[in-house]
Design a binder for this molecule. Structure first.
Ligand code: SF4
Length: 490
């Protein structure tokens, strides 16, 4: 039996889902290594490597196979120095690889350092950094290592890069020994529970504890434990007492909610949508909303690179670099123009982009985006990075209209399954426009492609990556344009 730190974290989030992943991996839906997950892992490695530079005498345990790693660690421990990825396994199966283990000459104990790519210490259910490092401490103690102080090393959110990275200011070393002591009994208890659970070959449960929770709180394993609940259920529309009442009456499908069941207007609208099975469109409201838009209409979309370590001057940790935009401009007379920008190098990426935007977005006209928080946030950051353009970006933000809003209240379709995301709306309304045939299909793939483009020497490959990125971003604004044209005709 083996219980790693990552697995224990999963156990703390949900014992049932943890059990399913470990004991019936063929039934477990959430285990896919997505591009986004790969990116997060790579980001974690990048941050860890930077922190290691602050420990120049550290020795890396870098072998293949658990037993070899453990053996090499035991050898390295004899030197009483600094070890990266020190690996321990206990008799009952606890397994950890410690980011940094440092012998403290004063206390004659080993200090633990856990590196995080976040800008804070998290203690929520999904990411509890304190319990995470406590699991390591317990494992080390059970492997007969005397642990002294424990630290979480995380990024300093207030750090602003200027020239070479100043590692002493980029990272915060937070001593968390006290907090670990507070959760120690609870973590020890749960370790035993998790180990016991792994001995079970069948959970013998007919539903899991998220049955009464709203759909957003459930994980991918929900359908395994609750096969009686349809994919789009009452929990997508209701929560709290009303949801509980329906579930206690075995009502899971919105179509089965009695007509006299008390609902708010928005809830009733969503329920009716499922019962009738056809779209509910408030044409009056849509026309009213669209009449406020001012031509020319600018359909704008950004692509960004998100890195924990600031790559450029003026950037904070985990701040996004806007490296690309696509802009469709629709004149009142129907004339359509398309502009785009894709940075070719990192250093000048946003300089060229803001100049290009300024040239192409005039002083008059509504700027249309999908999910305005993203574009508005980037505009604020671009204005800060390029003070000459601050007023320009403030003006754009004043002129932004979020097309998504129409699909949150006035254009509902049962095939959107309660979502107003463009990824759900586009395939229903404009099925011929699809990302499926593109080499770059989402924002994470765009980030990787741009990083590849920056390092690529082969001219032909570089050209191909550029084409892929341009096609992807153009499709984002074309999708908005086509959806707009469709609702304008209502
Ligand atoms: S839906 Fe909730 S209780 Fe059920 S397996 Fe997932 S997290 Fe656990």
């Amino acid at each position: 039996m083996k219980l790693t730190k990552t697995e224990f974290k999963k156990y703390l989030i949900c014992p049932e889902s943890f059990w399913l992943e470990k004991k019936k991996p063929e039934e477990f839906k959430g285990g896919e290594m997505t591009d986004f997950l790969k990116k997060l892992i790579q980001d974690g490695y990048d941050v860890e490597e930077k922190v290691r530079e602050l420990f120049p005498s550290g020795v890396l345990i870098d072998e293949i196979g658990d037993d070899v790693l453990v053996k090499k660690t035991q050898e390295a421990l004899k030197n009483k120095g600094i070890i990266f990825q020190a690996t321990f396994k206990t008799e009952e199966g606890l397994f950890v690889m410690v980011d940094i283990l440092k012998f403290n000459d004063e206390t004659q104990k080993w200090d633990l350092y856990e590196v995080k790519s976040s800008s804070e210490i998290k203690t929520d259910l999904a990411h509890n950094h304190i319990k995470d490092i406590c699991f390591q401490k317990i494992t080390l103690e059970r492997a007969s290592i005397e642990v002294g102080n424990s630290y979480i090393v995380h990024l300093n959110r207030d750090y602003v890069r200027k020239g070479d990275l100043d590692l002493s200011k980029l990272f915060i070393f937070a001593e968390v020994s006290e907090q670990i002591n507070e959760v120690y009994p609870e973590v020890s208890f749960h370790i035993e529970k998790a180990l016991d659970l792994l001995k079970e070959d069948d959970l013998k449960i007919t539903s899991c504890s998220c049955l009464y929770k709203s759909a957003g709180q459930r994980c991918d394993s929900f359908s395994y434990f609750n096969p009686q609940v349809p994919e789009y259920s009452t929990a997508h529309i209701l929560r709290g007492k009303k949801l509980m009442e329906l579930i206690d009456n075995n009502i899971f499908d919105p179509k089965d909610i009695p007509d006299d069941f008390k609902l708010t207007d928005p809830q009733r609208l969503k329920v009716n949508l499922q019962k009738i099975g056809v779209e509910q469109i408030n044409i009056e409201n849509i026309r009213d909303t669209l009449s406020d838009l001012q031509y020319p209409l600018y359909f704008l979309d950004y692509e960004t690179l998100l890195k924990p370590i600031p790559q450029l001057d003026g950037y904070n940790p985990n701040q996004q670099i806007v490296f690309q935009y696509s802009l469709h401009i629709l004149e009142k007379d129907g004339k359509l123009k398309h502009f785009e920008y894709l940075a070719d190098d990192l250093e000048t990426s946003t300089e060229g982009l803001v100049e290009s935007l300024k040239q192409n977005i005039g002083n008059i006209g509504t700027v249309i985006v999908w999910h305005q928080t993203f574009e508005k946030g980037r505009n604020d950051e671009l204005g800060k990075l390029h003070p000459k353009f601050k007023g320009f970006f403030e003006d754009i933000n004043r002129r932004i209209f979020d097309l998504k809003i129409i699909f949150q209240k006035d254009y509902l379709d049962p095939r959107f399954y309660g979502s107003a995301s463009i990824k759900k709306v586009l395939p229903v309304l404009i099925p011929e426009l699809s990302y499926k045939d593109l080499d770059v299909q989402d924002g994470t793939m765009a980030m990787s492609a741009w990083e590849e483009l920056l390092g690529e020497k082969d001219v032909n490959r570089k050209k191909k990556i550029r084409e892929n990125l341009l096609k992807y971003c153009e499709l984002d604004t074309e999708a908005m344009l086509k959806i707009f044209e469709l609702i304008r005709e209502l």
